[in-house]
Ligand binder design. Structure first.
Ligand code: CA
Length: 229
């Protein structure tokens, strides 16, 4: 797994459930990392931002709720999509979890299909650039699973960085992003590259898109956007 690939963090201490989750999510095209304790999860998150967390209700070193409160009070993890996993189906527990900032809830035992559907729905809602569904705008289609981009049904050659950039733009059509926002969202916090680099990749992306290059608009003194208009 490359350092910039999206990853789902599973915080769960029961090995059988971890296995089931990893298998289920892998089938749907996601990378996963498992942490058996809250401390392990925090350690992972110091080095890498997961795209979503599946969080068990009871962990050996903390309750899931304590862990949830702790990460929600950290500005960096404010917006991170989190689904609570629990054997409890009590209404009060659900409310407690949602109150402290969980986005959704799955009760064990869960069906793999239900879990996948919840993960997809949450990512679509909170981070559409990480949903693994086919994106189509104008004459351009992008398949996140196979990493294939087509313009007028013809496969094009596109570099890794340009692919990520295009995927991000296609996830948020008609929205303007500054260079620093693009660096942050597409390349992540943990890389140090200059804002000028964004211009270079936009240039390459337009070149790769050929006839569809006008999809990527320069918004003067602000940044870039993707729009069919
Ligand atoms: Ca547990």
């Amino acid at each position: 797994m490359a350092a910039d690939e999206p990853v789902i963090l599973i915080v769960e201490d029961e090995p059988a459930i971890v296995e089931l989750l990893r298998f289920t999510l892998k089938e749907s095209g996601w990378n996963t990392v498992a942490a058996g304790t809250a401390a392990e999860a925090r350690e992972f998150m110091q080095n890498r931002m997961p795209q979503l967390i599946l969080l068990d209700w009871m962990l050996p070193d903390q309750t899931g709720l304590q862990f949830l409160s702790a990460i929600r009070s950290d500005r960096q993890f404010n917006e991170l999509p989190i689904i609570m996993l629990t054997a409890k189906s009590m209404e009060e527990d659900k409310i407690a979890g949602l109150d402290r900032g969980a986005d959704d809830y799955v009760t064990k035992p869960f069906s793999p299909r239900e879990l996948t559907a919840r993960v997809k729905a949450l990512l679509r809602r909170k981070a559409p650039e990480h949903a693994q569904s086919l994106l189509t705008i104008g004459d351009v289609s992008l398949d996140p699973g196979s990493c294939v981009v087509c313009v007028n049904d013809q496969k094009i050659d596109i570099g890794h960085a340009e692919f990520k950039l295009l995927k991000f733009f296609m996830s948020y059509p008609d929205r303007v992003f500054s260079r620093s926002q693009l660096l942050d969202k597409v390349w992540g916090d943990h890389v140090a590259i200059e804002e000028r680099t964004v211009d270079v990749h936009v240039l390459r992306l337009r070149k790769a898109l050929k006839d569809a290059e006008s999809l990527i608009k320069t918004v003067r003194s602000v940044g870039y956007m993707l729009s069919v208009k």
